[in-house]
Ligand binder design. Sequence first.
Ligand SMILES: [Zn+2]
Length: 496
Amino acid sequence: MLRRAVAVELEVAEELNKLLYSVESAYLSIVREVVMYAIEYNVLSATELHGLFYSKYRSEYPSLNSQLVIQAIRQASEIAKSFIERKREGAVQKPYPEVRSVSIRFNEIAWGYDEFISSVAPVRVAISPISTGKRGRGGRRFEIWLRPHKHFWQYWWKVLTGEARLASTLIIKRKANKWYAVFIFEIKPKEEKPRSVISFDINENTVAISRIDIETTVGKVADWNRQHVTPELYMIRTDFGRLARRYERVRNAIIEKLKPEFALPNGKYVNVANTREFRKHMKRMREEDRKVGRVRHVANELTKTPAIIVTEELGNNPQESMINEIRRNEIRHRVKQIPFKKLERTVEGKALERGSKLIRVSSYRNSRVCPIHFTRLEETNDWHTLQCPKGHYVDRDYASVMNMTWKATPESWTKGVWWNMKREMNWREHEGKSNPLVPHEIVILLQFIMKRIKASLEQSPAVLARGKPMNPAGGADEGWARNLPNTGRRPVSMHS
Ligand SMILES: [Zn+2]
């Protein structure tokens, strides 16, 4: 089940605004205190924390709807759990998480859920943030007008047509001085016939893509006069690495600028990066927003039509494995900033929503093996271009995405590692097994395409290269990649 959160602004009158502020502050204090306790005493279970804290906060905040007390404690347990997890992974250094803001959760008892979902076009929402004052009499009800927008109606339409369901929990959230209701829609994944096979590979500044449109390709196969049936190979520029480098420079400049303000009497400095002022500056830079925008763009491009989407199995720490491959020091830092996991998650979510399937294949030697002859590729003086012993050049990124495409079919998966399979692979385990997500006719098609590329390589050995090696620096020159906002596809010529 896919979840989509849609925020709708609320029309909140002055009095209710004050009330919501006070509810928010009570809710926030509960979450903060419980999180501190949970981490200090390592009590993470929501049930245990509820047992410890419920009555305490009921008497401390008697006017708060008891349902909100329950939700606040539960939320604290989730925050504590994810903090502990991130700490274990080494992603955080601080001893406690900083809970700066909260979203207030209303379960179906604390807001007018039934009423809302039985409406054809809801324009108001009823919430009960405070209790009536009498025990067991539930909450006082407030009706608030919504300012619904197109996006909300799109999801609401899905609810009406049965493609989606509205979750029973409502979230009320404040951003700056505005209040929002966040609705959670649960969407049923679509089932559609794949129209293309797409592989993608995330690099420092680009995402490499191989796309085979099934219908047009089948058309070409039928037309025997066509010489080349090859995947369309292209890149989308993301500039994650460049973005990271730029932000790093600005970040250092801000730290230098703020330092004098945080000098201690002994001449040392407070860690400026932990201060509020620093965070304020960083927020204005909108680094995360920009990254998210780029991630969405790539995900949209990959999931436009229902497809079989092939990607590398990312380990827990994809950055590390990429760093091991690239030894240059300067790059290491930037690679850490590439949102691999985020990109993968976004693609996966969109893929399900739009009827695509995501297949993960092993990353084993994707960019070391010729995707046509399955021989070991040799380095050239250009980091990007590799040479096959059969006499042609291959672009490193294309080799990688094409090998991923082949790995979706069982036969080539074993071929892809044949040259020292005996030593490293127990390939009998995999023999004859096919990926159940790839329909048989597509496997046949992919194998056919592979044979045809092989034939065309004999005539023009430059087919798989973007160019002959000539980049004197030998660095990762990605200047030719497609720019981000440009959605028109610019395939790189594979036929010379
Ligand atoms: Zn080759």
